[in-house]
Design a binder for this molecule. Structure first.
Ligand code: FAD
Length: 403
């Protein structure tokens, strides 16, 4: 049995930030990652994807030394590949010990410790951080007739670029960030017709460098205040999209975020223009499918050549911790920002604008608490964060010189 004090599950932003913050406090950490490299979620996302949170609000914690910064030349809204590079630099600069190609299958209690059942054997640990991703498992609704549909139907997670959809009639389902962006990309890059099916009208924000700052400020206020301010901003920037099928929803951004953990659609103005000139046609929600067609709410039946379901994700935690009673009815952790069980935490499960920056804060808080517990357990205090940072600073400088 592999014995460890601290194990982190997942080498995405949340897991890497957790490991870095623990390492900075002199605590050795093993990171288990199912993929063969760090940042696997981002490597698999579509080619055009850029962050909707601006660079200053997308950094992981790191007291200002090199691996916490994006490389020179990175745009204000880093591209997918720039973010992957950043996460690789961050893992290397922080000397994070990642055991790749190792999938966590289940966590069991073992007296006052945890046993992690992995695809490469069991690991026993005192402290576990699960950072396996809020957007873990692509979710496609179980529409009646789905199994009969004979045409391509993929989740947005499988979409890469518009190339396979040249001259095609495409139905994109779901008006979140991904659905809107994919619809736009198809509309301006060769698809013959693009429709966007909407069940619940989205809250919309225009991508802006200071957007995350405004959101962070408003998260400190009652949701009704943030809702009113962003509704005003929408009216001013976007205008009324009711005649195109996108009325302003009754429930504002911050109320919806609190109630359903659903973030707004953050898009560029060009997407709104495409809706206004009907290169993207808004249609009602999908009700059912048959061999060749899609029945929409209200009765219309359309025959798209392909359907792309930008219909969200699930956390996929049931097989791992479902038996421990730590999940709510939707399969998300009941307790975040604190221990969910003694020695077990979830990081990255509180979606919000500038989520990556926030998960860095969660990681720092968790590392502080774990360091305190470790100090009590061993009866001594480990190196201060400042002292622990020195060798990493040197490593960061070295990798900077090599870059
Ligand atoms: C399309 C899209 C765009 C986004 N854009 C932004 C943005 O602009 N700004 C922002 O702040 N946030 C954004 N987010 C939200 C969020 O910040 C990112 O998804 C971020 O990558 C989440 O980090 P994470 O570490 O929690 O999860 P992930 O990045 O998904 O990393 C989880 C890691 O855990 C691994 N893993 C999963 N299960 C297991 C297991 N059982 N065993 C071992 N390893 C496992 C995975 O392989 C993965 O490497 C976006 C999300 C999506 C879907």
């Amino acid at each position: 049995m592999d014995e460890r004090r601290i194990v982190v599950v997942g080498a995405g932003p949340a897991g890497l930030a957790s490991a870095a913050e623990l390492g900075r406090r002199g605590l050795p950490v093993l990171v288990l990652e199912q993929a063969d490299r760090v940042a696997s979620s981002w490597r698999g996302r579509y080619d055009r994807l850029r962050l909707n949170s601006s660079r200053p609000f997308s950094k992981l914690p790191g007291a200002g030394y090199r691996p916490a910064r994006f490389r020179p030349g990175t745009g204000m809204f880093p591209t997918r590949d720039e973010l992957v590079q950043y996460l690789e630099d961050y893992a290397e600069g922080n000397g994070i010990d990642v055991r790749a190609s190792t999938r966590l299958e289940r966590i069991d209690r073992d007296a006052d410790r945890w046993i992690l059942r992995t695809s490469r054997g069991d690991v026993r640990a005192d402290q576990v951080i699960v950072a396996a991703g809020y957007d873990h498992t692509p979710h496609v609704p179980d529409w009646p007739g789905r199994e009969r549909f004979q045409r391509p139907l993929v989740h947005a997670a499988a979409y890469r670029n518009p190339q396979p959809y040249q001259d095609a009639d495409v139905l994109v389902v779901g008006p979140g960030c991904s659905g809107m962006e994919i619809a736009y990309e198809l509309a301006v890059n060769g698809a013959r017709r693009v429709r966007l099916a909407v069940r619940t009208p989205p809250n919309i924000l225009i991508r802006s460098p200071i957007g995350p700052l405004m959101a962070l400020l408003m998260l400190k206020l009652p949701p009704a205040v943030g809702d009113a301010v962003t509704r005003f901003a929408r009216r001013h920037e976007v205008g009324d999209l009711s005649e195109y099928g996108l009325p302003v929803p009754d429930e504002g951004i911050f109320s919806r975020l609190r109630r359903l953990k659903v973030a707004p659609a953050i898009v560029d103005m060009e997407v709104i223009e495409a809706i206004k000139d009907r290169r993207i046609e808004i249609v009602s929600r999908v009700d059912s499918l048959d061999e060749t067609g899609v029945r929409l709410a209200g009765g219309d039946r359309i025959e798209p050549d392909a359907v792309i379901a930008a219909t969200g994700y699930r956390q996929g935690l049931e097989p791992v911790v479902g038996h421990l009673g730590l999940l709510d009815e939707r399969g998300a952790p009941r307790v975040v920002r604190a221990e969910a069980a003694p020695g077990l935490r979830f990081i990255g499960y509180s979606p919000r604008p500038a989520h990556m920056r926030y998960m860095g804060r969660e990681a720092r808080q968790a590392a502080k608490e774990i360091a305190r517990l470790e100090a009590v357990r061993t009866g001594r205090h480990g190196p201060s964060p400042a002292r622990a940072r020195v060798p990493r600073l040197m490593r960061g400088l070295r990798s900077g010189a090599e870059a």
